[in-house]
Design a protein around this ligand. Sequence first.
Ligand SMILES: Cc1cc2nc3c(=O)[nH]c(=O)nc-3n(C[C@H](O)[C@H](O)[C@H](O)COP(=O)(O)OP(=O)(O)OC[C@H]3O[C@@H](n4cnc5c(N)ncnc54)[C@H](O)[C@@H]3O)c2cc1C
Length: 341
Amino acid sequence: MGGLAAAARATELGASVVVHEKGDRPGGSMLLSSGVVWRYREWERFREECPGGDPSLQRLVWELLGDALAWLESLGAPVVARETGNPATEGVRFDPRGLTESLARRAGEIRLREPLVELSGNAPVVLATGGFQGDRALLRRFVTPEADSLLLRANPWSTGDGLRLALERGAGLSDGMDEIYGRAMPAPPARVTPETFASLAQVYARHATVRNARGDVYEARTWSEVDVVRWAASQPGARAWYHVRNEALGERVRDRTVGEMVEAARSAGARVAERDGGVEVEVVAGITQTLGGIRVDERARAAEGLFACGADAGGISTGGWSSGLAAALVLGLTAAEEALR
Ligand SMILES: Cc1cc2nc3c(=O)[nH]c(=O)nc-3n(C[C@H](O)[C@H](O)[C@H](O)COP(=O)(O)OP(=O)(O)OC[C@H]3O[C@@H](n4cnc5c(N)ncnc54)[C@H](O)[C@@H]3O)c2cc1C
């Protein structure tokens, strides 16, 4: 998201842009996402939900998101809904494929399968490689000793290239390097594919008793359940077990019931046991993105001539979760404008 938004904006402002894309298609995790670009309705709520995040970056995203959404729509990005389904937040849900296409069409020259591996020349560079969730060694170093057991719930190409390049250029690390965003997913032998990253998410810890392999119990604290996923990520095998009593199976979490999520896990081949008046699903922490990364200022500057946006730019959601698409969009536009200035 961040890279294409930056490239489309810079092209619009008259720059000649080259987009290096490591993958075999544009769009990264944005294309796999649910396409909801959102913010907390209240600024104070944003601060409460993500208390460790840099307030100046948060303010930037929060204040500029409305204009950024209007810009996306002006490119023809197809809107699916103008609400998020969560009363605490507001935003727009786009069709991810149409969103990707409308940005890619305007992003200048896109060189597929040509990763950026070194920084050379004098042209400004915007790093937007999507974080480091695809690199087990970096995850082990910064996030959890259980890194090898995490399920990668994201594009496979975001392996910390932006972070490495920025550090080589003298950039700093943001706060919250150990923090991640993700979802509890049905554990192997369940079959999880990119097409089922969204539909197989198990988001009902608030209605369940959550425990690890040793039997230690964890109580969910956040609406997004990001805290549960972080906890699970540091448990043996990055595993947890969600036990739901039969009477809670009809509870709704947004557009699905708990029972529907359990059945989705069962049909994907997850271990689901009937016990103690309910069902128990074995889940694994699925990592969608890292929340720590390159330290940037409110002009997306990381070092001389070097900018970062998207999950590469850390320290925005620290302590909780806010829309990764929104942060990538706003910082991407900011990076393009600052790079040209
Ligand atoms: C299933 C799912 C659902 C989601 N739903 C939502 C949602 O509804 N709302 C929301 O806000 N967020 C959502 N997200 C998160 C959202 O997709 C990310 O926050 C967002 O895509 C991050 O943007 P980005 O630009 O940092 O990374 P990406 O969009 O992943 O783009 C990074 C790009 O960099 C490329 N790359 C990596 N290394 C290199 C290199 N060395 N050289 C060149 N290119 C490189 C990658 O191939 C990729 O194309 C979801 C994610 C998933 C997986």
